[in-house]
Design a protein around this ligand. Sequence first.
Ligand code: SPV
Ligand code: MN
Length: 644
Amino acid sequence: MLRLNHGNDILASIGAITTAADARALLEGLTDEDNLRKLDTITTAEALIKIANAAVLFQPRDIWINDSSAEAMAFARKRAVEEGEEFTMKNPGHTCHFDLPEDQGRMVNQTFYIVNDDEETSVLAKKMHRDEAHAYVREVMSGLMKGRTMTVSFWNRGPTGAAAAVPAIMITDSFYVVHSGNILYPTVFAAFDAEVQRAGTFFTNCHSMGELSSENIPKARIFMDRSWFTTFSCYCTYAGNPLLLKKGNHRFAVDLCTYFRKEDQLSEHMFITGLTGPGGRKTFFAGAAPSGCGKTTTAMVGTDFIGDDLAQMWIDGQGTIRAVNPEIGIFGIIEDVNWEGDPYLMECIEGKKPAEIIFSNILVDDEGLPHWTGDRQPDPAHGRNYLGEWTPDLGRHRSHPNSRFTLPCTSIDNFNADRARSAEGIPVSVITYSGRDADTMVPVWVARTPDEGVAIGASIVSKATATEVGATGVNRQPWANAPFIPGPLTDYMQAQFLFFNSSKIAQKPVMAGLNYFLTHEARGGSGKGLLGEKKDVKAWLGWLELYAHGDVKGYDTPIGVIPRHEELVPLFAAIGKEYPRELYEMQFALYVDNILRRIDLQMAAYGKEANLPPQLFAVYERQKADLNALKAAHGSVVPVSDLA
Ligand code: SPV
Ligand code: MN
């Protein structure tokens, strides 16, 4: 169990300011008239005290308040360029930012939950005792902003007024972080006090770049104080490390849902997108995928894109599951983005459509144009990337595999701005869980019960990707959310079973697994590499759309319901492809031994965790029994024709 406001409040104890009057007096000394007037908009005493205590900690020269006016947005961008954190490119609105070579992803080994004596955290995460973290913040972060400007931004994680939105403060000396945040989060400046009242809480994030250098990288830390909903971060700039509204506050949101909003809300690592079905109906999806496994691409396939990374879900008064995207922009991986798979993104990235974009860690040629690994374009003769000078014969990659682009959703053609901004949220009827697996699971399958659906989420696996520094191998990726689950996994799993089995839900969502990564080699094909293409995603989502409305039936199998060949043919035709029966058999035959092995792996791993909900093992046991019976009758590779 997590206890809020428990243990020493590090910021308060270092800053020693305890009243709004003292906070105001301190801030007056650091703020010009214009900024002070802006600050007057904020009257929440705890917020002012947090900001003042951060100023005592960081000791900046002055304070700039980001009220997210057009002027303030332009100012942040200009300062990011003046400070050398970004440089302008050829296309108007495009800039590029380089992070240090050691700071190209979330620094998992330097990221810690701050814990009290008696507190349990996820076995996957690192933790540090409150006293030790306190000493580190005091000793290493004190005075880090000397001679610099401390910026304070007020953003909301979700549309103002939405049931699951939580307002947050970002304090940083990096104008790149402010510029990124202005693209990624809606402002809550004018509504901050009201939103704090409504949400009952707010998150605070404190970051300083310090003196950036490879030598100083060992000093980088990302601390999350769950008890005080406060983060501390230093000596880093890769946005996933300092811009803690993203994954830092997502972790706090997971805690809120797991411990304080049980059965009512979930905080997920999911895209949200809508698909237009027969008769123009809109069906909305929320889908989980581990970092670097095609989540953005899947989201973009929709006709009504809402978000590509995070979803805050709740059950409304009518029993509908609703979701909001806490963000308004995307921080997408650029590797392999190209015209064939990602036309909406390419229009912006290539400057065909005006858009404000911050590229990070890509290759910029001498003309100021962007290049990256997998752009399917010839090499430029000369340019620079985060490693320095670049020429084709230096043998360096063009871009880091986790290099990214930050882009407002409003620039993306299929973005449904009205829906995305609405506080009532998006009605979600399909939930997907994607893995990255070459040989085991079929491209799409549907759970028959909420328990089976939760088990699909619990069983995601993926190949390691570049988003986390130092990650390798094949990983279990429960709900694609495990890196962001602060408490024991069993608490989160319990919350999943409670939510999806809740009697408050009027119509249970379709819960499905997705896997785009089957290969010829593993499935008896004669070709090489992946059996499918990026655009097939549209057929899989299209089938789920039909399934959600009872327009297709599929076949019942031990792992759930899978599509019939004839149901898929028209969906492939709609994307200009034939869908031969042989390909269907390669993709949907059940490789029973592989599946059994995967279940055993999950059971062995979960068997090590204390007090896991028994529903999970009940699903696995039933699937095993059914698969073994199927194998006894049909052998270890079961063609779909035997399942019909
Ligand atoms: C992810 O890794 O899942 C991301 C990027 O969305 S980061 O901000 O690094 O978390
Ligand atoms: Mn993510």
